[in-house]
Ligand binder design. Structure first.
Ligand code: PSU
Ligand code: MN
Length: 305
């Protein structure tokens, strides 16, 4: 059986030539943002990667094939879908043998990126430990993935709907390096500040690239998490976000939202509660993360193997 993996000619060419490539996920398109902002953002994020000299590789599953690098048509089609699957590590193999179509979470995007030979990936916010996880046991598979798949992920931290201190504890236990960039604190997705010191700080993309390579030389499994704060002019301060987050969490609880539906529900509810401001901030931070990821990928491409 051959691997059902289709790498676009452009992405394949860049990888062959050792040129910088940045992986991008698709769950943010299908489950993270409403239409038409989702497609506008997906296109803008690809353009940011290109503007920084790297090739974007958006990843999704079509008819049982992993696609790495989507053309404009596929990207538009995916952004229009209302009921495609949200695929994480546990769902990937079965989705492929069933010939399914779906978007990939951070975890599944890392797996596909690694299969294709891509080492850097940009998203908005990773999944993490949910608030109340001591009762619900809801911890995103994204954290385990960072511990085992060698991809450096650039995000604005874990989404602030989560329990950020517990998320950092789990990442520490799993041996995942967590960097902040440009500030000492871990960012809180829509907000620059979380009040929590980042385990590591590294402002130089070249050093982040070198550390990625050094992990491989040391034989260490897993990737790195680079937390990049939202630009100041686009942030919503934490004091303003807190009541909206709490309200959305209470609404999710009252509505009995569980498992894979929790994160999409909370993002959409917070979008409503902030009258679109949270969505605007989310778009700003993903674009910023794409720029940072492209810089890291550029530095990585300069390193000898
Ligand atoms: N970042 C965003 N919006 C999103 C996500 C990330 O700005 O919608 C997605 C990612 O695909 C991530 C997923 O893997 O949310 C986490 O879902 P869960 O909490 O169910 O693991
Ligand atoms: Mn979950």
């Amino acid at each position: 059986m051959t691997l059902p993996l289709t790498v676009s000619p452009e992405v394949a060419g860049s990888l062959r030539n050792g040129e910088p490539v940045v992986a991008l996920e698709s769950t943010i398109i299908t489950h993270g943002m409403p239409h038409p902002e989702n497609i506008q953002t997906a296109e803008a994020v690809e353009a940011e990667v290109r503007a920084k000299g790297a090739v974007p590789a958006t990843i999704a599953i079509f008819d049982g094939h992993i696609h790495v690098g989507l053309d404009g048509e596929r990207l538009k089609w995916l952004a229009d879908q209302k009921d495609v699957r949200k695929l994480s590590r546990a769902d990937l193999a079965v989705a492929l043998v069933e010939g399914a179509t779906g978007s990939t979470t951070v975890a599944a995007t890392m797996i596909a990126a690694h299969l294709a030979g891509i080492e850097v990936f940009a998203t908005g916010g990773i999944g993490g430990v949910h608030r109340g996880a001591e009762l619900s046991f809801d911890i995103s598979a994204d954290l385990q993935e960072l511990a085992q798949t060698p991809v450096t992920v650039v995000a604005s931290g874990a989404k602030a709907i989560l329990d950020i201190p517990k998320t950092l504890e789990v990442l520490e236990t799993l041996g995942v390096p967590v960097f902040s960039v440009g500030q000492d604190e871990i960012p809180a997705f829509w907000s620059r500040r979380s009040g929590l010191k980042s385990p590591l700080r590294q402002d130089d993309p070249a050093k982040i690239a070198e550390a990625h390579r050094m992990r491989r030389q040391l034989g260490l499994a897993g990737g790195q998490l680079v937390t990049n704060p939202i630009p100041a002019e686009e942030e919503i301060p934490a004091e303003e976000m807190t009541p909206h987050i709490e309200r959305a969490l209470a609404d999710a609880d009252a509505a009995g939202i569980l498992a894979k539906d929790v994160t999409p529900y909370l993002l959409s509810r917070i979008g409503e509660l902030t009258e679109g401001r949270a969505l605007k901030a989310n778009i700003g931070l993903v674009r910023n993360n794409a720029r940072m990821a492209a810089q890291i990928a550029g530095k990585l491409a300069l390193l000898k193997y």
